[in-house]
Design a protein around this ligand. Sequence first.
Ligand code: GLC
Length: 557
Amino acid sequence: MSTSPEHAATGSEWWRTAVIYQIYPRSFADASGDGIGDLPGIESRMDALAQLGVDALWLSPFMVSPQRDAGYDVADYRDVDPLFGSLADFDAMLAAAHERGIKLIVDLVPNHSSSDHAWFQAALAAGPGSIERARYIFRDGKGENGELPPNNWESVFGGRAWTRVTEADGTPGQWYLHIFDSSQPDFDWSNEEVREEFRSVLRFWLDRGADGFRVDVAHGLVKAEGLPDYTPPADGDSMGGHEPVPYWGQEGVHEIYRDWHNVLAEYEGDRVLCAEAWLPTLDETALWVRSDEMHQAFNFLYMYAGWNADAQREVITESLRAFNSVGAPSTWVLSNHDVVRHATRLAVEFENAQGAGIGPNTPGPRPDAALGLRRARAATTLMLALPGSAYLYQGEELGLPEVIDLPDEARQDPSFFRTNGERYGRDGCRVPIPWEPDAPAFGFSTTGESWLPQPPEFVEYARSVEEKDDASTLELYKNLLTERRAHGLGSGTLTWKETGSATLLSLTNADVEVVVNFGADELLVDAARVILSSEPLLVTAENQAKVPTDVTVWLHA
Ligand code: GLC
């Protein structure tokens, strides 16, 4: 028996089916030799990205920033931080991408600026009641002398979400809201000047040729009227939450994206807005991609689904249903710069909340690296068979694991400091990636400098090593992308096949059948039907290919 097909939403825009590769600029390739990756470094590796076969790049922020949250604290939205290069370097890198038919998506951070931003500095200088302060969320404190914060909100990175300023005359003054670090003051999006400024920032990058934006914290811009107290549940996810949260997912944000939709529509080509919105359900996530709002939203429920047949089937079915109901493609993602890399995460057998990270003293067994990689390869082989658009995070195509043994002194994530080391944070997935086995910093930088130390085992994952090995993760990703395109899977229609087994998952999309074996027993398939598999398969004398546990195969349907 087969169940009803799950259609991909239709439409010809490139982003509906695109495979989009996330570059974390500071860790990709460092041309200047200072240990921090840069735009000329990205340009110099553009051929490798073209060979991988991705349709588009998304670059995490490279704008002017004091780097207190690795660039997610922007001090000037219209210029490149000298650490990463210049606007001319951006133009050259964009041209190099476009020459190869690769699109480029810029990361926009509209929820907050850096406290170094000229507007915030002006707000501090101008004092209470000024138009400068009205661009941010300044409030008088509670208590007799305003010594208590205006409400009880906690920062996502730990500690309170308010910081008290010292007024120009030296007296303790008002408090400002920062949902993240104290160096990231939240804008007040009820202020028309803020709205106009961001329309203009969108145009700045669109005019330069950017193909779209990944919108940071897209569920956070509007806060509930009156800023009511809110205590997150102890076991809750600080970026989402399962009950109404006064700073996440407020109805008023949608009007902002309808406005941005219209700005993008003025431009030629299909420019795209992708929401980073951590929401408790897929139906809520779909609200961000109604036809007059954004175009894509990250599918974090898929990312965190359990590695078993039931959970995978359910989240895939629900994703296609929810996004299809608003005419949007589903997106798929397994790793990014905020979560434990999936080559490690899929072997973690203890509770590990988003943002907690894994470090040398994390309680519980150390994740089994071989098991994690095997599952990661199987998970990606399933993901890239699904209709819609998929996001990859730099280094996953090499099978990189999370770096667990970073010394405390090397850590840089503000959440590590704001929780006094209780959370290791996100540095373990941000370590600069290896290109060559024998070069300084494994070819990441010319000098051997690297802003986070690379572990010696990165030598095995170096791109040039994997290029020579047919069984490597890199070669698997290249095959997946080639075959995904050849079979039109991005725009295909998914149909589940009943397997009669709780540990086997089977679906068809276009002319490909995909089978995932989650069980202990080997599955036999006709070897002549195999298009590719997440691990090399042994073939019997009868020409049957053996599909062991934690392996995904693509077969001619
Ligand atoms: C987003 C980014 C994350 C950053 C935070 C604050 O979640 O992905 O890296 O720390 O927003 O801007």
